[in-house]
Design a protein around this ligand. Structure first.
Ligand code: APR
Length: 234
């Protein structure tokens, strides 16, 4: 394809796997050890908020001690040094893209960096440890929850993402299994709007058939390789 003027990138848990953060659906992944209905739904939170908050306290600590890997760093380089306008959308709630230097990150599934009040919606910087009795800093009610999007809830920034998919020349999915919508439908939407589509993943995802091209391998290897090629086209 000719040199892309606009590149839209979607990342998933696989880009953070080599930073030591588990994925969800790989063998040994989080959803093979925990039931997502208990930990990633409003109903599970209502049933046992202490269990859910403990899980996210553990995940937040894992993220705090993790480091961005070469794939995160390469995407930040692409945004800084490339000629194309890069829109980076992530399904991940970690902040490894930001810590790698990506200038703007669209967290469609929320972020572990903030807490949210389940009663009034107020957000504040997440404490190291969240507990069910923690009062909201605005309304005072004990309704602290992680500021992440659970199954059955509406992902964030969907209008902005839809506009990017309509305008992009190239859509790239990195480290995602292509199983959870709406994110799993982004490649098809971009392609329908005329974009080329590329999958960079350890193995073909569930929606692999929608990609024009694919490279399979560890993100820390195939993403820097791809970025170097894009930058060399300048
Ligand atoms: N490099 C590249 N890809 C990798 C690597 C790696 N080192 N390790 C794993 N992968 C790939 C796997 O092959 C898989 O396709 O990353 C993908 C991870 O898939 P999932 O575990 O399903 O994670 P993700 O696609 O991000 O899940 C989407 O589901 O549970 C919800 O909200 C959660 O945002 C998450 C959403």
């Amino acid at each position: 394809m000719s040199k892309p003027r606009a590149i839209t990138i979607l990342t998933g848990a696989g880009i953070s796997a080599e930073s030591g953060l588990g994925t969800f659906r790989d063998p040994g992944g989080l959803w093979s050890r925990y039931d997502w209905r208990d930990l990633a739904t409003p109903e599970g939170f209502a049933r046992d908020p202490g269990f859910v908050l403990d899980f996210y306290n553990w995940r937040r600590e894992r993220v705090r001690t993790a480091r961005p890997n070469a794939a995160h760093l390469a995407l930040a380089r692409l945004a800084r040094e490339g000629e194309a306008a890069v829109t980076l959308v992530t399904q991940n709630v970690d902040d490894l893209h930001e810590r790698a230097g990506s200038p703007e990150v669209i967290h469609m599934h929320g972020t572990h960096l903030t807490a949210r009040c389940a009663a009034c919606g107020h957000r504040w910087p997440a404490p190291a440890v969240m507990a069910p009795a923690d009062p909201c800093l605005a309304c005072g009610r004990p309704a602290t929850r992680p500021d992440v999007v659970w199954f059955g809830e509406t992902p964030h920034h969907m209008g902005r993402i839809a506009r990017a998919l309509q305008a992009t020349d190239l859509f790239v999915a990195i480290g995602t299994s292509g199983t959870v919508y709406p994110a799993a439908g982004f490649a098809a939407a971009a392609r329908t709007a005329g974009a080329s589509t590329l999958e960079l993943n350890l193995e073909p995802g569930r929606n692999a058939g929608v990609f024009d091209a694919a490279r399979h391998g560890p993100a820390s290897e195939i993403v820097p390789e791809w970025v170097a090629e894009v930058l060399a086209e300048r």
